[in-house]
Ligand binder design. Structure first.
Ligand code: GDD
Ligand code: GTP
Length: 429
């Protein structure tokens, strides 16, 4: 009997995902036709051992989120619950806060997944790999040296698989084996987090002057605001202590893995999920004569017979694609209109956008180094250190209108803009 906990974060996060995260929480952003976390939930539901799935975040449960949870419950027939934190408690703080819900029903262990970590979720393999003497299992992947610094790095004993050393986002090189954001943890992990929690909540008299203690009594909030007190990071505070204690082990996964932080990485996730559909949901891939490679078209979309789509294209609900249009390596979100003879390459076209006839919308996919083995996406900020815009995919926010016969290249257009001409390498606010 297992549970799964998926951390979905909250509204302060996902800034690199703008403008697409302005309209809905990043975990609900559709990739390959379905909300991002739907893919995590589906992977968990495939396992008969998993009895309940808990999503933890600090988004207000708005209509979109409620409807989503409702639909997932109906589709999978399992208990799926959204738990809202009152503030950002950190990756260990938030599971500790809801430990009663997680341990309810006495599961032996639980999966912990980050909603922005994506792969083919080898959860069954992790269950098989985890042995009695492995209380805590963390999935790791190998990345090139330069990329490893952006992640948690694990020193692994390759004979025993034990994690002997762990540093979160080190300044200098530690290891190419990085934390992939997917764990299988025994329930007693809460004892380890509990110790940290107690330490944070008990101000020690030795390093606190009497004056401060008095202040604490009279103005509790001033002394130590409640908001930072419960905040505990699994990666920075818990894992480094567990490493080398004989309890933390690594499941080294050697297939693709992505960390979805920027909109650019969403295009890679789209490509990866469409590829997975070949074995998991072949019926979702279009066999229209105008489709080359992997293409998902929502049943309510209308695509003209003379349009050519693919590879790696997702077409959302209610989208209309006109005569002679060409779409490659792109996502066209619900309700968009792509008029005749337009060409869309390496771009995300937001909800209800209109792209005029003979117009070209093009971006540059720059995020995976084809020459580096094991390379994953680089989740760059839009600007480099010199403040220059990096060449990126083109993103049209919701309700953008692009006129006929223009070129939009490597640009990010904020929602509801009505453009009068073409643009290159710009962010239009
Ligand atoms: N509910 C909740 N509350 N979720 C949170 C909180 C919190 O306080 N803090 C983070 N999360 C969620 C985020 O939404 C995201 O899904 C995940 O936890 C990761 O959080 P980040 O804080 O953004 O960490 P990161 O992605 O930079 O690094 C982590 O993940 C990498 C792999 O994806 C670390 O674990 C790295 O070591 C790891 O390599
Ligand atoms: P690779 O296959 O990746 O080498 O690129 P490519 O030579 O196919 O060119 P590119 O990626 O730029 O274009 C992708 C597809 O879009 C090709 O099938 C082109 O024929 C088509 N395409 C490019 N520009 C236009 C255009 O302006 N209009 C239309 N309708 N199609 C275009």
């Amino acid at each position: 009997n297992l549970k799964a906990v998926i951390l979905v974060g909250g509204p302060q996060k996902g800034t690199r995902f703008r403008p697409l995260s302005l309209d809905l929480p990043k975990p609900l952003f559709p990739i390959a036709g379905f909300p991002l976390v739907h893919h995590h939930i589906e992977a968990c539901c495939r396992l008969k051992e998993v009895t309940e799935i808990l999503l933890i975040g600090f988004f207000q449960p708005n209509d979109a989120l409620r409807r989503f949870i409702q639909r997932e419950r109906q589709e999978f027939g399992k208990s799926i619950i959204y738990l809202q934190e009152y503030t950002m408690l950190g990756t260990a703080g938030c599971i500790y806060h809801f430990r009663d819900v997680i341990t309810n029903g006495s599961p032996d262990a639980f999966f912990l997944m980050f909603s922005d970590a994506f792969c083919d979720f080898p959860l069954q393999e992790m269950i098989q790999f985890k042995e009695k003497f492995m209380p805590y299992l963390i999935m790791t992947v190998e990345v090139p040296k330069e990329q490893s610094l952006h992640y948690g790095c694990a020193g692994i004993n390759l004979t025993t698989s034990e994690v002997v050393h762990y540093t979160e986002k080190p300044d200098t090189f530690v290891s190419c084996d990085i934390n992939a954001g997917i764990y299988l943890l025994n329930i007693d992990i809460f004892e380890n987090i509990g110790v940290l929690f107690q330490n944070k909540h008990r101000p020690s008299l030795s390093d606190t002057s009497m004056e401060e203690v008095m202040l604490h009594v009279s103005h509790q909030n001033v002394y130590k605001p409640e908001s930072t007190m419960g905040r505990i990071s699994l990666e920075s505070e818990v894992l480094p202590r567990l490493a080398g204690s004989g309890k933390l082990f690594a499941f080294r996964m050697d297939r693709f893995w992505l960390n979805i932080k920027s909109a650019g990485s969403a295009l890679y996730a789209n490509q990866a999920i469409l590829e997975l559909y070949k074995s998991s949901h072949p019926e979702r891939l279009s066999d229209l004569p105008g489709c080359k490679g992997n293409v998902y078209i929502h049943p309510t979309a209308e695509v003209d017979d003379s349009a050519v789509l693919g590879p790696n294209v997702t077409v959302g609900a209610g989208v209309v694609i006109g005569q002679g249009a060409r779409v490659k390596n792109s996502m066209i979100l619900d309700g968009a209109l792509v008029k005749a003879h337009s060409c869309i390459l390496n771009s995300i076209i937001g909800w209800h956008c209109v792209v005029g006839e003979w117009t070209r919308v093009e971006g540059t996919p720059t995020e995976i180094d084809p020459n580096a083995p094991h390379a994953t996406t680089d989740n760059f900020y839009l600007f480099d250190e010199q403040g220059r815009l990096r060449p990126s995919i083109t993103i049209l926010g919701r309700d953008v209108t692009i006129p006929a016969e223009v070129v939009i290249r490597n640009s990010i257009i904020m929602p509801s803009k009505e453009l009068g001409r073409g643009f290159k390498n710009q962010i239009l606010l």
